[in-house]
Design a protein around this ligand. Sequence first.
Ligand SMILES: Nc1nc2c(ncn2[C@@H]2O[C@H](COP(=O)(O)OP(=O)(O)OP(=O)(O)O)[C@@H](O)[C@H]2O)c(=O)[nH]1
Length: 316
Amino acid sequence: MSMETFHSTINNQLNTGVLILDLDLNIVFWNRFLEVHANQRAAEVIGRSVFEVFKELPRRWFERKVTGVVQLNTPSFCSWEQRHHLFELPHTRPITTDSHFMAQNCTFLPLAPDGVIQHICILVEDATDVCHYQSMLQKTLADLEQANRIDGLTQVYNRKHWEECLSKEFDRARRYQHDLSLIMFDLDHFKKLNDIHGHLCGDMVLVEVAKTIRPLLRSCDFFGRYGGEEFAIILPETNITGAADVAERIRQAIRLNVMKYQGVEIRASVSVGVGEFEPRTRRYEDLIGNADAALYEAKSGGRNRTCLFKDSVVCL
Ligand SMILES: Nc1nc2c(ncn2[C@@H]2O[C@H](COP(=O)(O)OP(=O)(O)OP(=O)(O)O)[C@@H](O)[C@H]2O)c(=O)[nH]1
């Protein structure tokens, strides 16, 4: 095989774009890969400025890149993670991707056969698959992270994530001496409801309760499921008076909400405990303990009521 056949075989088979430019950035070589992907024959582009053929090229960036390669006489790389693509070459994958264009890894090589750089070679590798699978992986990880924070039944935060939020909000309130309140509430006689109407009805009630309360909260509040039929809400920048208003609104909304399960009307009620951050509160667990003590009083005082923890427990 002659050297020329050898070169032309490689040129035709190579799965990488090879673009060679002179120092005025005119095209001097364009291989088969580029002919196929840019849909232009070498004869149509040779001698033309690269900016004329690829109008989308970021001119200043490209010129600076080439100048660096020439001055330092060293290769330079641009990955798809930095710039999705340099050249607008349509990708040919049968998959749906975020971009119409081929993601590219581009390597800039100085060519100096006799010691003086006269040309720059740009190797264009198709990175569409890597880019696609990487973004799918990132999306899956984000979905998993979200699922890890949410209670599957009620779609509010699960206890673990809710407690992490409380820990952060507590630290913030302590550092800046900001208001912070906590509401904990528990469905009344939920065991009886399960026993009479079945566990699925109980589940429906939990879902409905979460749905009813969500619109009563601010977007910066953190609503979580603390345990089976116990929920908890962190109210940043809210003192106990404000939190007591919210607590009463919650209690009344649940009382007034008549739900239906298999044609049967279901009524529920909640007992609510409210606590507030005070400068002497050292740990966020103490705040939970205070709200829980108020909730305990609300239960023992007859249920369907709100109690506040302020030095001692006061019921509304
Ligand atoms: N359907 C359903 N029931 C649950 C779930 N989690 C906990 N429970 C039930 O909730 C009931 C809670 O019962 P208790 O702790 O005795 O409380 P209660 O019956 O609400 O009584 P008070 O809180 O004193 O008013 C138990 O029977 C649990 O099995 C759940 O996800 N779905």
